[in-house]
Design a protein around this ligand. Structure first.
Ligand code: NAP
Ligand code: MG
Length: 482
């Protein structure tokens, strides 16, 4: 029996009032760990601890914050193989992807360590004689963080690091499906020298722990990443709360990749296969709509199917595996439901979509490629969040652009072309937050803003120095020296 891993509240590791089991999706007989579930009262304790710790952390020096964030970064990076293995084991992305995500988390903490030293205000002349005006940024207060299961360490990192960097205190709720990486990150944070109460971990369900964060008047802001459906509930709760909370929402996508006749076929195939299927297609930035012009369409479809046929779908921890399992039974059911919907709508299942049996019992699904799809089909409009993509035929660039923008989402988009004219036009006219040219829609840098438009995002951008818009509030001070 392994020990039940605890929550971290007010500087102490505490037992919960229930247990959540963390199961390996590559082998459902493998129990990754058991985690104490916090209840409403414990979540309230965590909020109280974060509130009590706020005034002093808000006044801490940039050096203190740099030292803590830098220490966290160094430990994450030093342990990236081990933590990457834990991540791949609990979430099902491949080991190299897991290690890559952990390294990313370490880099994010390093970036925000530096940002702590770069928060400089402005001072200017007043329009009134003899006065000074100063503009400074102050932390917001207690920030509640609600994160999804598909990036169990990178997303928590890109919320927690800027929150601490700018002097906020944190109550962090990881997704109950994958608490392992969040717990490991919490342990590392507790060793960084930050005072008790500044950072709190509460594992538990959205309906209990998440809802308590939303309802509590002492939580000043909520940073959320997850589905549109939950995002809407968060927005409503934040507006109805008294005082109203600041909030940012990063939600779903139905990201288009346009492939033009003049694209380099090999590049386009790699970009499409990576963007649509790697990480089992479980990325908010996955390319699920492949919009392909007439002249390259058949060659592109044949080459993608051939490439998919060469990929190995198996246990995420096995060497050489390209695609791991789907995260759990309910996500697998959703993927299969959409594969059936696509067929019923009249799209052609050109490759895959079958359940696969492997050595261990796991949620293995062969990547699915639809062709003859149109943009009105549900498989082209609704986020599936699995290894499923649909090819939509377009007459020319103009039609491809129109299809690309005809969606309620707007997170990422991409184009494969060798034409500077079309690439430039697409960058300007694609209605998304992140545009890629000859690159997969998924895969971003950490020092620049991340986020979308339309139904994909709401509120200030995450990551890079833009993160300060959410994690700080601006003060304008006037002085009359007398
Ligand atoms: P989800 O079901 O919306 O859950 C996200 C988080 O919200 C989880 O921690 C969940 O808790 C919590 N939650 C659920 N109901 C809640 C409630 N009533 N009050 C407060 N919190 C609540 O999303 P998911 O299935 O984990 O993740 C997949 C989704 O995330 C996809 O739509 C994907 O596109 C999106 N995503 C977006 C981005 C982006 O940056 N745009 C990045 C990654 C993922 P529990 O699940 O623990 O109960
Ligand atoms: Mg969920």
């Amino acid at each position: 029996m392994t020990a039940i891993l605890k929550n971290f509240i007010g500087g102490e590791w505490v037992d919960g009032s229930g247990v959540t089991k963390n199961i390996n999706p590559s082998n459902t007989n493998d129990l990754v760990g058991e985690y104490a579930k916090a209840d409403k009262a414990q979540t309230e304790k965590a909020i109280a601890a974060a509130k009590a710790a706020f005034p002093s952390w808000a006044q801490s020096t940039p050096q203190v914050r740099f030292d803590a964030l830098n220490k966290i970064s160094l430990e994450i990076l030093a342990r990236k193989e081990e933590l990457g293995r834990l991540l791949a084991r609990e979430e099902g992305k491949t080991l190299p992807e897991g290690i890559g995500e952990v390294a990313r988390a370490g880099q994010i903490f390093a970036f925000f360590a530096g940002e702590a030293l770069r928060l400089i205000g402005e001072k200017g002349a007043s329009v009134r004689p003899g006065l000074d005006v100063e503009i400074t940024r102050e932390p917001v207060g207690v920030v509640g963080m609600i994160t999804p299961w598909n990036f169990p360490i990178a997303i928590p990192a890109w919320k927690i690091a800027p929150a601490l960097c700018y002097g906020n205190t944190v109550v962090f709720k990881p997704a109950e499906l994958v608490p392992g990486s969040g717990h490991a990150l919490a342990e590392i944070i507790t060793r960084s020298g930050i005072p008790a109460g500044v950072f709190n971990l509460v594992v538990g369900s959205g309906s209990v722990v998440g809802q308590t964060l939303l309802d509590h008047p002492d939580v000043a802001a909520i940073s959320f990443t997850g589905s549109v459906q939950t995002g809407r509930k968060i927005a409503q709760a934040c507006v109805l709360s008294n005082p109203m909370k600041k909030f940012q929402l990063e939600m779903g996508g139905k990201n288009p990749l346009v492939v033009l006749d003049d694209a380099d076929l090999k590049t386009a195939v790699e970009v499409a296969v990576n963007g649509a299927y790697f990480s089992t297609g479980q990325r908010c930035t996955a390319s699920s709509r492949l919009i392909v012009t007439e002249g390259i369409h058949d060659r592109f479809v044949a080459a993608v199917a051939e490439r998919l046929n060469s990929l190995s779908v198996d246990d995420a921890l096995k060497a050489g595996v390209h695609i791991g399992p789907v995260v759990d039974q309910s996500q697998l059911d959703q993927d299969l439901r959409y594969i059936k919907i696509g067929q019923d709508e009249g799209a052609k299942l050109a490759f895959g979509g079958e359940l696969l049996k492997r050595e261990n019992p796991g949620h293995y699904l062969q990547p699915a490629l639809f062709t003859e799809a149109n943009n009105n089909m549900r498989i082209a409009r609704e986020e599936i969040f699995g290894p499923v993509a649909a090819v939509i035929r377009a007459k020319n660039y103009e039609e491809a652009l129109a299809i690309s923008n005809d969606t309620e989402f707007g997170l990422a988009s991409g184009i494969c072309t060798s034409s500077l004219k079309y690439a430039s036009h697409y960058k300007r006219n694609s209605e998304s937050g992140m545009v890629m040219v000859n690159l997969p829609t998924a895969g971003v840098d950490y020092h620049v803003p991340f986020g979308g438009r339309k139904g994909s995002s709401y509120g200030a951008r995450e990551q890079g120095s833009y993160a300060r818009e959410f994690y700080t509030t601006v003060k304008t001070a006037y002085t009359y020296p007398g």
